[in-house]
Write a protein that binds this ligand. Structure first.
Ligand code: PBG
Ligand code: ZN
Length: 334
């Protein structure tokens, strides 16, 4: 029998026990990397679980507060608010109203928890009766008419005390319009996190139930990107940065990790990734059936976002992940 050659390289030396594995680990997920999305509805004592997103619920402001407090205690980066108004109309008026649902939520959170970092999603689809991300003209979203209203909405969020705005509607010129409105309105210090490369994705399905924002006609393909396009995503990021975006986002996450890496390598700005509702639903569904280990797959997924180059992760797992990380921290060797 011929002896195989003895390996000259033995990478397994650095995997031989938990202590050495921990020392050479290249990527860490920290609570401050995680942003928790919250769905806020009018009323009091309202807690409507979202069936396709176990652990996620639409909550009234009073029941949103404990979640936000928990986010702060666990050291999350912050929260991002989605408002579902009492009444929807063609313009999505509630989004621009100082007494609107998200404005009231911002005020309540920043009053009760001044240290909590509060981001607002800036779009119209939760507020319009037709469910599209802007004003409709001739059966499609009117880009420039929507820009003006995005400026008004951003200003209203700013007056309510928001820390950062995150426009998600994929309108051309949205970042410049919002930057201009905030600057002219006396809020030059509020940063813009642009959903710069946002794709027309079927992974948003459960979110549209959570936010009651499914379009009544057509789809979002005239404004959100074709999932097939990589070069175009890089152009979208470049445009938003020229317009003044402070941070950019790639969305969805798991099926778009190539773009997370590419944006990280090409642009020297903070990068966010959105671990979207469909990704969350798939993990939870498989875990509920016992087909995967939910906690381990969750941490592996979040680690993948960081490894691909994301700084921030918007994720419905934020609270459970931070709780798990805090527990793992206390045991000497995870
Ligand atoms: C609204 C918005 C959507 C999401 C975030 N902001 C839905 C959409 O574009 O249809 C999706 C988030 C998720 O799926 O978790 N513009
Ligand atoms: Zn929208």
């Amino acid at each position: 029998m011929i002896q195989p050659p003895r390996p000259r390289r033995r990478p397994r030396r650095l995997r031989s026990n938990p202590a050495i594995r921990r020392m050479v680990r290249e990527t860490q997920v920290r609570p401050e990397d995680l942003i928790l999305p919250l769905f806020v509805v009018p009323g009091e004592g309202v807690h409507h679980p979202v069936p396709s997103m176990p652990g996620v619920a639409q909550c009234s402001i009073d029941l949103t507060l404990p979640l936000a407090r928990r986010a702060l205690e666990l050291g999350l980066g912050g929260v991002i608010l989605f408002g579902i108004p009492a009444a929807k109309d063609p313009l999505g008026s509630d989004a621009c109203d100082d007494q609107g649902i998200v404005q009231r939520a911002i005020r309540a959170l920043k009053t009760a928890l001044p240290e909590l970092y509060v981001i607002s999603d800036l779009c119209f689809c939760e507020y319009t009766d037709h469910g599209h991300c802007g004003v409709i003209a001739g059966g499609d979203v009117d880009n420039d008419a929507t820009l003006e209203r995005l400026g008004l909405s951003a200003l209203s969020h700013a007056r309510a005390g928001v820390d950062m705005v995150a426009p998600s509607g994929m309108m051309d010129g949205m970042v410049a319009a919002i930057r201009g409105a905030l600057d002219r309105g006396g809020h030059p210090g509020i940063p813009i996190l642009s959903y710069a490369a946002k794709f027309a994705s079927a992974y948003y399905g459960p979110f549209r139930d959570a936010a009651q924002s499914a379009p009544r006609f057509g789809d979002r393909r005239t404004y959100q990107m074709d999932p097939a396009n990589r070069r175009e995503a890089l152009r979208e990021v470049a445009i938003d940065l020229e317009e003044g975006a402070d941070l950019v986002m790639v969305k969805p996450g798991l099926a778009y990790l190539d773009l997370v890496r590419e944006v990280r390598d090409r642009f020297d700005v903070p990068l966010a990734v959105y671990n979207v509702s469909g990704e969350y639903a798939m993990l939870k569904a498989a875990a509920e059936r016992g087909w995967i280990d939910g906690e381990r797959v969750m941490l592996e997924t979040l680690t993948a976002f960081k490894r691909a180059g994301a700084d921030l992760i918007l994720t419905y797992h934020a609270l459970e992940a931070a709780e798990l990380l805090a527990r793992a921290d206390r045991s000497p060797v995870p």
